[in-house]
Design a protein around this ligand. Structure first.
Ligand SMILES: Cc1cc2nc3c(=O)[nH]c(=O)nc-3n(C[C@H](O)[C@H](O)[C@H](O)COP(=O)(O)OP(=O)(O)OC[C@H]3O[C@@H](n4cnc5c(N)ncnc54)[C@H](O)[C@@H]3O)c2cc1C
Length: 223
C-alpha cells in the first residue's frame, strides 16, 4: 500500500478544522485543509465565545491571536436583571470574546497555513472513502483522490461527510428562527452584551458589541 499523502486531511476550514490544523501542524503533522469557500462571507452565526470557550481557546493557543486580529473583549452581560461581570462570576474568571465570524475564519486559516498546514480554498470534497487508508475525493475536473492517515469531517452543522460515513444523527429538532443585522453608530456600551430572554414569548434578543464599534443585534424566535 502506498504511503498516504498526508497525516491529516480536514473536510472544511471553519474554527474546528483550522484550530486542529494549526495545532497539529505545529506538532509536525502533514496537514491538508480543504475549504470550499474562496472567501468567507458575513453570516449570522457564532460570534460570541463565552468564558468557558475562551478558556479552551487559551489552551489551544488561539486566544492571543484572535485578540490581536479580530476579537473584542466583552466583560459584562446584561440579562435584564442587572449587570453581570463575567470575570468575577464565572469559574474561568474570564470575559467573553466577540468577533466577526468570517474574519475569525480567515485569521485561523492563515494561522494554520503559517504553522505549516497546506490550505486549499475553493475545493469541495465530494466523498470520503473509509478504510485502513482513508481518502477524500475532491470535486473538480479530474475528481482528484487524496489519501491520509486520518480524515477529519469538520464540515459544519449540515455535514455531508456525516452522511457519507454513516454516522447516525442525534439532534433535537430546531424549533427556532434566528436573525441578525450589523449596525454601526450605536449609542451603547462596547463592554456589555445585552442578552434578554422572554420566557412568556420564548424569545431571546441580544446585542453583541464587536471590534471597530460595530454591533450585532440578534433575535431568536420560536417557529
Ligand atoms: C445562527 C447561529 C448563531 C450562532 N451563535 C453562536 C455564538 O454566539 N457562540 C458560539 O459559540 N457559537 C455559535 N454558533 C455555533 C457556531 O457557529 C458553530 O458551532 C461553529 O461555527 C462550528 O464550527 P465548525 O468549524 O465545526 O463548522 P463551520 O463553521 O460550519 O465550518 C465548516 C466549514 O466547512 C466548509 N465545508 C462544508 N462542506 C464542505 C465540503 N464538502 N468541502 C469543503 N469544505 C466544506 C464550509 O464552507 C465551512 O467553512 C451559532 C450558530 C448559528 C447557526
Amino acid at each position: 500500500m502506498a504511503a498516504p499523502s498526508y497525516d491529516i486531511i480536514t473536510v472544511g476550514g471553519g474554527i474546528a478544522a483550522s484550530s486542529l490544523a494549526k495545532a497539529m501542524a505545529e506538532r509536525g503533522a502533514r496537514v491538508l485543509v480543504l475549504e470550499r469557500e474562496k472567501q468567507f462571507k458575513d453570516r449570522v452565526r457564532g460570534e460570541a465565545v463565552v468564558s468557558w470557550g475562551v478558556a479552551e481557546a487559551n489552551d489551544l493557543g488561539i486566544c492571543t491571536l484572535l485578540k490581536e486580529k479580530c476579537a473584542h473583549v466583552v466583560p459584562y452581560v446584561e440579562p435584564g436583571s442587572g449587570l453581570r461581570d463575567l470575570r468575577a462570576t464565572t469559574l474561568q474568571q474570564l470575559p467573553l470574546l466577540s468577533f466577526p465570524h468570517q474574519v475569525m475564519q480567515e485569521t485561523l486559516l492563515a494561522a494554520a497555513e503559517n504553522a505549516g498546514a497546506e490550505v486549499r480554498r475553493g475545493v469541495s470534497v465530494a466523498q470520503i472513502e473509509c478504510g485502513a487508508q482513508p481518502a477524500v475525493v475532491v470535486n473538480g475536473h479530474s475528481h482528484e483522490r487524496i489519501s491520509a492517515r486520518l480524515v477529519v469531517a469538520a464540515d459544519g452543522r449540515g455535514s455531508a461527510a456525516r452522511k457519507w460515513t454513516g454516522f447516525p444523527l442525534c439532534e433535537q429538532s430546531n424549533d427556532y428562527y434566528m436573525a441578525g443585522v450589523l449596525l454601526t453608530n450605536v449609542h451603547a456600551s462596547t463592554e456589555i452584551m445585552h442578552a434578554i430572554f422572554n420566557p412568556d414569548l420564548g424569545t431571546w434578543t441580544g446585542l453583541i458589541p464587536q471590534a471597530g464599534g460595530q454591533f450585532r443585534p440578534t433575535l431568536f424566535t420560536p417557529r
